[in-house]
Design a protein around this ligand. Structure first.
Ligand code: ZN
Ligand code: ZN
Length: 397
């Protein structure tokens, strides 16, 4: 009976504690959802704050490791291509080999240049301590004016002009000043991977499919053998003599366990990168064609649905049509050419200043798009902005 009384007494102390805890939770909930600006989604934001903090801190901490991983993996693929690919093609056809070496080094140059630039170029920040006339809202985290297309990065802990996303593989934010480097790095990397797969296809087929690991020793089954004094088995058949001429006849390289493992590594890594980075590059190419960033894609989707419910059509204000969107993204104005500024490494600055952005409204004011972007400092006043920094063009259905 003593334990019963003890439990009852403990319950007496516990009940007020539970009641207090419940009341505190309720007051917290009510104060977080008190008015329109502090709704349930704001409360969810506050509650998930520690989780976001962990993810942001973790992303920042592993950034350097991931950059090291990208450099190591790329270097290993290049070294294996030098070790196995070049001798194979040189033996097969010297002209093809010279062509492949030229093509490969052009791709490698562009990959290294664009990766270096994407990592080291700052994405563009709003000026501090200055009046920003283009500002459309205030950043709640920085308590500072926010120009259009600017968003706050919680990993970098500052506002980024025309922010696309924070990339842990670059350990940098992708924004106004390095967006082109980021995309071209991915595009050249995918082309490089496709190049390695094509150039290494025959090598991989010969090494993986034709030479099995058991092939390190001559296949003796079915032939009479004799054993010499060292104990080695020597085939005595006159029909098949397995020496180096057999390998040459079938264009096979002598079996080497390290070589074979390197080829399997190349096959796995290149196919993996092709599918993963290929999908990401296609997605970003689609966004650029539509004149939007990754963040704006979400905002535009939500706005489209919101206005659809009201019977209106939403139009992305930064969408000047596929061709012009690409010209603007690649910065191909002022006599810049595709051959010189895209196919070869180029450090040209993006169009404009990242603070003010021309919109389709300017086009509607009968200013030709080509004229709007002729100079690098186009300043256009916007008439109105939506709450998400994206101007709406509403057309009645
Ligand atoms: Zn901010
Ligand atoms: Zn960032």
């Amino acid at each position: 009976m003593a334990w019963y009384w003890r439990t009852l007494r403990f319950g007496k102390y516990l009940c007020p504690f539970i009641r207090n805890f419940y009341l505190k939770c309720r007051i917290t909930y009510l104060s977080l959802t008190y008015n329109h600006f502090m709704d349930a989604s704001y409360m969810a934001d506050v509650c998930m704050g520690p989780m976001f903090w962990f993810v942001d801190t973790f992303t920042h901490a592993i950034g350097n490791l991931l950059v090291g991983a990208v450099i190591s993996l790329t270097a290993s693929v290049v070294l294996i291509a030098y070790w196995i690919g070049i001798p194979f093609w040189w033996k097969k056809n010297q002209y093809t080999c010279i062509f492949l070496i030229t093509l490969g080094h052009w791709l490698l140059l562009n990959i290294c240049f664009h990766y270096y630039m994407a990592c080291t170029t700052h994405p563009g920040f709003p000026p501090e301590g200055e009046l920003i006339t283009e500002a459309v809202s205030i950043c709640k985290k920085c308590i500072a004016p926010k120009p259009p297309r600017t968003h706050h990065c919680s990993v970098c802990n500052r506002c980024i002009l025309k922010m696309d996303h924070h990339c842990p593989w670059l350990n940098n934010c992708v924004g106004y000043r390095n967006h082109r480097y980021f995309f071209l790095y991915m595009a050249y990397m995918v082309m490089g991977v496709i190049y390695v797969i094509f150039a290494g296809w025959e090598i991989a087929y010969n090494s993986i499919m034709l030479i099995t690991e058991e092939c390190d020793e001559p296949e003796l089954e079915g032939h009479s053998v004799k054993i010499n004094k060292t104990g080695a088995l020597i085939p005595v058949t006159g029909t098949v003599i397995l020496d180096s001429s057999f390998l040459e006849e079938h264009e096979l390289e002598p079996a080497n366990p390290y070589r074979r493992k390197a080829i399997i590594y190349m096959a796995l890594i290149n196919l993996g990168v092709l599918f993963a980075l290929g999908a990401l590059t296609t997605w970003h190419a689609l966004l650029i064609t539509r004149g939007e960033t990754s963040i704006e894609a979400n905002i535009n989707k939500a706005e489209t649905l919101r206005l659809e419910e009201q019977g209106k059509i939403y139009r992305n204000p930064y969408d000047f049509g596929p061709k012009m969107n690409w010209v603007l993204f690649l910065g191909l104005t002022e006599r810049r050419s595709f051959w010189r500024h895209i196919l070869l490494p180029s450090g040209h600055e993006p169009i404009g200043d990242g603070l003010s952005w021309s919109t389709v409204h300017d086009e509607q004011k009968s200013i030709p798009v080509e004229e709007m972007f002729k100079t690098c400092n186009v300043k256009t006043k916007f008439e109105s902005y939506s709450k998400n920094n994206v101007e709406e063009v509403i057309l009645d259905k």
